[in-house]
Design a protein around this ligand. Structure first.
Ligand code: DOR
Length: 438
């Protein structure tokens, strides 16, 4: 948005948990920042572009702190540009991208390359996440100072755990100097073995090798202990089991700096979804039992699970069109996340405000980035949603390169109508209107 430009978003229902607002109101944007919100926001707006939002929800732009953009190295799966488009289409104005690229993001050079691509894409805000260990090999710490100086907002070896507890302890101690969260992919590889499905009746019936809940829980327990010892900020990625929720509940009651996320797919599906051997349902951690899913839903409602993050993990056909045992793990999530969360709200699992908080303010606070709220002075990162529009998921129409969605054919309610970043509309009514042309 050029200097002095004004945008008035008129008459929508502004739902902003962080600002404690849920009311029909106007939002006035000047020079890319929120200038006023309220019934009288239009006063003094003068000559400005108007976006009519009657009947729509006006939300702080959604923030996803766990996506895979695959660049550099796996551009056939996704790029910063295509992933940014997918984010915009899903109502996300900011994403944090995991470092399991090739080369992995364990150096300032890779971080800068990702940021350059994001700048060229000129769509959503992209926050790189650096590696915890060099090459994600789990042995030697990455240069956190260089990574943070280059623009990383967190570190993680996501896709792999840091199996060496001593290395993790040192990484947590070191992270405190930079006040960054350490995002832990909790998986004890010895317990997980070469499993491909949740250990339970479904895996037994299908003859698939199991991954016990303990593979995750043993590592969550370790991270809680290390968070206590080091005082570092630990964020647990893709929580999938009831036992992990119990551990997090205790850690939070104790006041430790432990936060957690759950994915829309773990909140929505169970291991029954893998029964047809559809590799779009193969993911790590695996889809779990109905009891686990119930525990996640309750934990989200109570804030024990702070954040909904997609773990958007696009893969190519060559990775997925294989036997279940050998197919890649991952589900694309950016373009279905919001309506899947709204489905939980409609079912009474979670309040609307908690759900929006989990997609906006909480991830912003964990990453320490602007946004997630629509108060005067905040960046005008805004998502407009038609809460009543029903649509059918067709992965062939995704902006993402990934087609690996287990929600193919699902009828969902709630559609993103517009995505605005820094006062600039980048996506509107199904069309990418900003950013780099194809
Ligand atoms: O299913 C997954 N896919 N889980 C992970 O932890 C990594 C991700 C990927 O990179 O594909």
């Amino acid at each position: 948005m050029s200097a002095g430009r004004r945008l008035l978003i008129r008459g929508g229902r502004v739902i902003d948990p962080a600002a404690g607002r849920d009311a029909v109101a106007d939002v006035l944007v000047i020079d890319g920042a929120v200038a006023a919100v309220g019934q009288d926001a239009a006063a003094g707006s003068g000559d400005c572009e108007v976006l009519e939002a009657a009947g729509l929800w006006v939300l702080p732009g959604l923030i996803d702190l766990h996506v895979h953009l695959r660049e550099p190295g796996f551009e056939y799966k996704e790029t910063v540009l295509t992933g940014s488009r997918a984010a915009a289409a899903g109502g996300f104005t900011a994403v944090a991208c995991m470092p399991n690229t090739d080369p992995p993001n364990d150096s300032a050079a890779v971080t800068r390359a990702i940021l350059l691509k994001a700048e060229e894409a000129a769509l959503v805000r992209v926050y790189p996440i650096g590696c915890i260990t060099a090459g994600q090999k789990g042995q030697r710490m990455a240069e956190f100072g260089d990574l943070v100086a280059a623009g990383c907002r967190a570190v993680s070896d996501d896709g792999r755990p840091v199996m060496h507890a001593g290395v993790m302890r040192r990484a947590l101690e070191y992270s405190r100097h930079f006040n960054i969260p350490v995002i832990s992919h909790c998986e004890d590889l010895h317990l997980a073995g070469d499993g491909v499905a949740h250990e339970g009746a479904v895996a037994t019936r299908l003859g698939l090798k199991p991954i016990p809940a303990a593979a995750e829980e043993a590592m969550v327990a370790r991270e809680v202990v290390l968070a206590r010892q080091t005082g570092a900020r630990v964020h647990i990625a893709h929580v999938s089991t009831r036992g992990s929720v119990s551990l997090l509940t205790a850690a939070k009651a104790e006041g430790l700096s432990v936060t957690a996320e759950a994915t829309p797919h773990h909140l929505t599906l169970t291991d029954e979804a893998i029964a047809g051997f559809d590799t779009a349902t193969k993911v790590n951690p695996p889809l779990r039992s109905a009891e686990d899913r119930e525990a996640l839903r309750r934990a989200l409602a109570e804030g024990i699970i702070d954040v909904v993050a997609t773990d958007h993990a696009p893969h190519g056909l060559a990775d997925k069109d294989l036997e279940f045992d050998v197919a890649a793990n991952g589900i694309v999530g950016l373009e279905t996340a919001l309506p899947l969360v709204l489905r939980l709200v409609a079912a009474g699992s979670c309040s609307l405000h908690r759900a929006i908080d989990a997609l906006t303010w909480r991830p912003a606070r964990i990453l320490g980035v602007p946004g997630g709220r629509l108060a005067p002075g905040d960046p005008a990162d805004i998502t407009l949603v038609d809460p009543d529009e029903a649509w059918t998921v067709d992965p062939e129409k995704f902006f993402s390169k990934g087609r690996n969605s287990p929600f193919r054919g699902w009828r969902l309610t709630g559609r993103v109508r517009a995505t605005i970043v820094g006062g600039r509309t980048i996506f509107r009514d199904g069309v990418m209107v900003g950013g780099q042309s194809r």
